[in-house]
Design a protein around this ligand. Sequence first.
Ligand SMILES: [Zn+2]
Ligand SMILES: [Zn+2]
Length: 336
Amino acid sequence: MRELTYVARRTVEWREVPEPRLRSDGEAIVAPVAATPCDVDSAILAGHGFIDPPFALGHECVARVVETGDAVTSVAPGDLVVVPWSINCGGCDRCRAGLTAHCAAVPHMAMYGAPLGGDWGGLFSDLARVPHADAMLVPLPAGLDPVAMASASDNWPLAWRLVAPHLKARPGARVLVVARGSVGLYVCDIARALGASAVHYVDPDAEHRALANGFGATTAETLEPTPHGFDIAVEATGRVEQLALAVRSLTPEGICESAGNHFRPGELPLLDMYLTGVTLRVARDNVRAHLPHALDLAASGAVAPEKVVSHVLDWDDLPSALPENHLKPVFTRAVD
Ligand SMILES: [Zn+2]
Ligand SMILES: [Zn+2]
């Protein structure tokens, strides 16, 4: 089968590898039908990652189940499923506590699309092996479009987690979003749907800002710190100086959530943060734990993740089209 492999800055290519096979009766083999780059993949393709190529890329897709082991009961061949980006067992103490990105039964950092914690391949491959299939795979709710939900493995439920629990605790909160890609736009959509009284989106990209406007956000190219301006700040730029601006704009005892992936070091205004009383969270997303909530919101019709999809492209065009600088291209193919 073909495995889309990141080989150098702005360069990916198909490499032929053996088809994955079931290694236990609890596993499944899936075929991605709609896959899209995570915002981190875009940073990797631009040469900002910290892992030397080559490696199989991709960790966001909706897939068709093609084979299941005898012990798998929750999904069957033919089902459309969301494949979470991180590998987890569902049964260890951490998984049961909801810390699915820290599963104790698989190597630390085990994930698709990066050779961390073992080699699990990528979700821009023709096929992928899913261990612990009952614990990992989530059937795509009826009525949801695989193209619109290709990001359900990671960026969509990440965006839900960055803002939804905080809006529940602080109804009507004012939300600042400092971002560069799909995560921040999903946050705007979700924040408005869940009752934020104001959403302000900061991004130098005019196309992104237009989408944020469509989600009801006010927008700006750059951020002047607005002391006490916002109750919740979400930073999804991978830039420490942007995170610093975000925390400087919080109300006393405000919350800042960061999507992380700051590949370069930087400084945070810790004294300012102390004086304001800032809670800052920088955490890999335990996606499997809250994925059902994020899918429920998508299925409710109160949000429009399809608006963030910038291009729908053919699977065979991955090597040429993925390195282009698109917001959220989704690569599709038919698999029965
Ligand atoms: Zn990701
Ligand atoms: Zn586990």
